[in-house]
Design a protein around this ligand. Structure first.
Ligand code: 8YV
Length: 321
């Protein structure tokens, strides 16, 4: 009888994903969905061949150093891998995979929701309806701005960025983008390429961040860059909080330089930034970009496909380190 590889699963995953895990692996599940401390993570990894974590587990250089030798692969349940010190994992010979593609539609949906919510002041209106403070109506009441036929700037024209552009075309938006590489013309669909963020910002009535967080992109949206946006621009972030200087963002929201911001991600998660939450001209969600049942199942299956490939002696499809 061949023994099945042992997989440490750090969070509660959808039932269908856990069923497949139980069928194919010796599995250490987390039915209470408790958040493991770095020490617990290291301890629980003892004897496990693989770890299937979420972005909530931080594989810092220190944690990676302390992982037992039995761990051969970290198969993430996430597309972002900024919670992983890839260099440290690589040095230990631990393979790392992620789950691209399967969450692009869901994240793009949330980007459009944030755009509409921020532009049309949905948060202020919704709060009013809930706390009973709607007492008046006038032509100047709750006036926001349209997104239809506005210029949308996208930083990061990868899988999610391209779907955001596709959905935004339904609002007849004029798409501009900045990406490390220009897309092939057929994929551009008339989106205008900018080879620098500085050139993109002045034409972005709405700016959507869709690039990964890497050492090169941390604090990419600084006070200096926000100043380059048109007055009353709107910022949308469904990527990572670390891309934005949150103090600069708050200053610009307070001064009126920015009309509003729609955010799903924050520098501090969970929790977010309470000073940002106190600003009325924000539309805020708690990092739910991929939170649909369809997507969460697909993410789990994709992580499992990577594990299956590795344990079958093949190269996992989504290897990032
Ligand atoms: C996930 C995400 O919910 O996949 C990502 O990178 O940001 C989210 O949509 C989360 O990472 C799950 O671990």
């Amino acid at each position: 009888m061949t023994t099945k590889p042992t997989v440490l699963v750090t969070r509660k995953l959808p039932d269908a994903v856990e069923d497949r895990l139980k069928r194919d692996y010796e599995v250490r599940l987390n039915p209470d969905d408790a958040l493991y401390s770095p020490d617990e993570l290291v301890d629980l990894a003892e004897g496990a061949d693989a770890i299937l974590p979420c972005h909530t587990e931080h594989f810092s250089g220190d944690v990676v150093q302390r992982l037992p030798d039995n761990v051969k692969i970290v198969a993430n349940f996430s597309v972002g891998v900024d919670h992983c010190d890839l260099e440290a994992l690589g040095k230990r010979g631990i393979i790392v995979t992620n789950t691209p593609d399967v969450l692009s539609d869901a994240t793009a949906e949330i980007a459009i929701l944030l755009m509409l919510g921020a532009a049309r002041r949905a948060s202020e209106g919704e709060r009013m309806m809930r706390d009973g403070s709607w007492r008046n109506w006038s032509p100047s009441f709750m006036v926001g701005s349209a997104i239809t036929r506005k210029r949308l700037g996208i930083i990061g024209m990868g899988r999610v960025g391209q779907i955001v552009a596709k959905r935004a075309r339904g609002f007849e938006m004029e798409i501009h983008y900045c990406n490390r590489n220009r897309l092939p013309e057929a994929n551009e669909q008339e989106a205008v390429y900018h080879n620098s963020i500085e050139s993109l910002l002045p034409v972005s009535d709405i700016l959507s961040l869709n690039c990964p967080s890497t050492p090169e992109t941390v604090s990419l949206l600084s006070a200096e860059r926000i100043a380059l946006l048109p007055d009353r621009a709107i910022i949308i972030n469904t990527a990572r909080g670390a891309l934005v200087d949150e103090n600069a963002l708050m200053d610009a929201l307070k001064s009126g330089k920015l009309a509003s911001a729609g955010l799903d991600v924050y520098r501090t998660e969970p929790g977010g930034n309470h000073d940002i939450s106190a600003l009325p001209n924000t539309f805020l969600l708690p990092h739910i970009g991929s939170a649909t049942m369809e997507t969460r199942n697909a993410m789990g299956f994709r992580a499992l496909d990577n594990l299956d490939a590795y344990f079958a002696g093949k190269e996992p499809k989504d290897r990032v380190a």
